[in-house]
Design a protein around this ligand. Sequence first.
Ligand code: GAF
Length: 387
Amino acid sequence: MSVDTAAAVAERFRELYGAEPEGVWAAPGRVNLIGEHTDYNDGFVMPFALPHTAVAAVSRRTDGALRLHSADVEGGVVELRVEKLEPESDRNWTAYPSGVLWALRQAGHAVTGADIHLASTVPAGAGLSSSAALEVVVALALNDLYDLGLKGWQLARLCQRAENVYVGAPVGIMDQTASACCEAGHALFLDTRDLSQKQIPFDLAAEGMRLLVVDTQVKHSHSEGEYGKRRAGCEKGAALLGVDALRDVAYDELDAALDRLGDDEEVRRLVRHVVTEDQRVEQVVALLESGDTRAIGPVLTAGHASLRDDFRISCPELDLVVDTALADGALGARMTGGGFGGSAIVLAEASDVETVTKSVEEAFAAAGFTAPRVFEAVPAAGARRVR
Ligand code: GAF
């Protein structure tokens, strides 16, 4: 995010609210390298931050008013009262920033209001965590302005609560933690049970590779039913197996666990995905740490097959990206994020990027799909104050 962007967001704040903002903050979207639908099973994930950010110019208020404006949505300033914020009362974009204020106040923090202007470059509905970026940027701004002293992982927990309870979407903790805690040049190996973290250096360019993000432009939403159904199915699996979460089913005990699930085919598929996906995250970490980066390709591709066949959350556009990229020599490819649309990632040799991109675009045109948006992703910084 450039200095110019921060200055432009501050300038717009001045126009809207007639005063200089107390500060400007930025929080990124993310792509997840591996570890999908494991976060609400207490498992492992490995996201990294995108250069695309939600930027917020913010000032405190002491009169209980919360004034919100977004450069990305039609309409003027929305004014709310902090003491009247009610879970699931708001179906608009404003639910994300207000939900954060609500969660902070619920946790006992004396946040007495704010003026906020937001502008985001994270594509919405693309599986790249545009909502988490909005939540985290507001949480970080209020944390700094109200001197709350909360750490990144604590802000992530509050943002998740805002999204679960206030917005009403049953998401896990990955996206908020990625936005709050990622570091430039690294992927974040996160244990979602205790939020312990390890920053893993991830510099593909130095090894002659690239990671492409292909936004299929098929929009999805987590408050719709399918995400919640998968989550409920996983919880049912854990209950049937007598464990707290599917994280507790060891990979080498998977077959025995599946036998115990009997003929509940749907739960068996969900359990198989989660247990093998946790194993894939650990494999990718081991390969990256031993310098065998190219070998992560087939692991990513195996993750896609598991999400497509066992978890059943892919779609024709995502499958087409993966199949086309692999046919053109990509090292690995998979859908990323919640699924049912959104984005896929492709790991490719730098020399193959142009061919792979062209083939994917041509395959989409031939299938009659909306043209995808393709860009290269390099791990960027997590949430921070920019002005
Ligand atoms: C969405 C959710 F918000 C995350 O918590 C996670 O479950 C992800 O889907 C799937 O891995 O991004």
